[in-house]
Design a protein. Structure first.
Length: 392
């Protein structure tokens, strides 16, 4: 950590050039002789990445930024704030602290937070930033979280871990057994020192396969932001034997869409099917990731169009965790039939349909956009249909 970066003149230069082309800045020359120009450029690039993802850091004075990879791997403030609402008690240890976003939000709920980071420089940066942010209840430890847990040999109310999803060659990995540290191997140690364990994993993980690798799994929280799944949060509770619950949330500016179900219910749910009615519903990405295809319709009292279509319909409009549409017309999938509608511009989606969106656009000569929504799908009779909809 080069503290010369924090000089007022350099900080002003960084802020002034946030929207500048950094390559051009390097070629033109950066007007500071006592510090590597590349380091200043790295600060500009890293800070710019924080503008939307980490607005608290971006807007604070005297923040020092690590490299872009650390920013990329950090939780967003939106997801960190959600995680913090799941914990309680007086003590929490963050075994893989990273840029410290999660620990920062945990510290708003838990009295004492211990942040562990094996990368000494990153740990030093985070400790400086906590001071700049006015945080006083986070203890920063420059050590592996596993080693810290063993060395301290004391219980915590919560253990939190976000294992690194990069291998030795910096390539991305996803399986628990491939991450560092190996959660599958060390979960017994976590549960020894805390009754409650939270594990953040890749959104690409297979839920059922991962569940088989974990002991005493209590809950899975699937977090989507603006309909893009960002994180899977696994909650373990020592000696927990009751039903495993999956909770989904899709966070947007306007509201949080939530839905939860028991995994055991999904396979046993009797599904109601129907021809397209007045309204159409498309589940958000968190529900689709959860595989709550049967539970969703059953819980909300609506019908599915087809076993594999994952679209729902009803006569009366309901509050649904996803997008809502009014079905204006049902059209057989036939070029001549469709041409009669005179539609040249529309938003297109496919569900359980053998042709891609791009190929549909080419075949039917439809440009993207407008107020019309076309869903190409399969109905209960296995007929290919087009649902002409407007957004509700």
């Amino acid at each position: 950590m080069n503290k010369a970066i924090l000089n007022i003149e350099i900080q002003e230069f960084i802020n002034f050039n946030l929207n500048s082309d950094t390559l051009s800045l390097l070629l033109k020359g950066i007007p500071f002789q006592d510090i590597d120009a590349k380091l200043i450029v790295e600060q500009i690039e890293a800070k710019k990445r924080c503008q939307k993802k980490l607005p608290t850091w971006f807007s604070a004075y005297n923040i020092y930024y690590p490299n872009k990879l650390n920013i990329e791997q950090a939780s967003s403030e939106i997801t960190a704030e959600y995680k913090a609402r799941l914990v309680s008690g007086k003590s929490l240890i963050d075994l893989t602290g990273g840029f410290g976003v999660d620990s920062f939000y945990f510290s708003k709920i838990v009295k004492n937070v211990m942040y562990c980071e094996i990368n000494n420089e990153l740990s030093e940066i985070v400790q400086h930033n906590y001071e700049a942010l006015g945080v006083s209840n986070i203890a920063c430890v420059k050590e592996s979280g596993i080693d810290t847990l063993k060395r301290i040999d004391e219980p915590f109310d919560w253990v939190y871990i976000d294992p690194s999803r990069r291998d030795d060659t910096k390539k991305k990995v996803f399986l628990l057994s491939d991450c560092t540290p190996n959660v599958k191997t060390f979960q017994g140690l976590f549960l020894k020192y805390s009754k409650n364990v939270m594990i953040k994993t890749s959104p690409l993980l297979d839920i059922k396969a991962t569940l088989n690798d974990l002991k005493f799994a209590k809950e899975l929280h699937i977090i989507a932001v603006n309909n893009e799944v960002k994180e899977l949060l696994w909650i373990l509770e020592r000696d927990y034997e009751a039903e495993f619950i999956i909770k989904t949330v899709n966070i947007s500016k306007s509201k949080h869409q939530t839905f939860q179900f028991q995994l055991s219910e999904e396979a046993n749910t009797i599904v109601e099917y129907s021809k397209p009615l007045t309204y159409l519903y498309e589940p958000n990405s968190a529900i689709l990731k959860a595989g709550a295809f049967n539970s969703t319709g059953n819980s909300l009292g609506i019908s599915k169009l087809h076993k594999h279509s994952h679209l729902y319909t009803s006569e009366k409009l309901i509050d649904f965790p996803g997008r809502h549409f009014k079905i204006e017309k049902v059209i057989p999938f036939n070029k001549k039939e469709f041409s009669r509608e005179g539609i040249s511009k529309a938003n297109i989606a496919t569900r359980n349909f053998p042709i891609s969106v791009n190929d549909i656009r080419k075949k039917l000569k439809i440009k993207d956009g407008g107020s019309i929504y076309l869903f190409f799908t399969t109905d209960i009779d296995n007929s290919r249909i087009i649902l002409l909809c407007t957004k509700v």
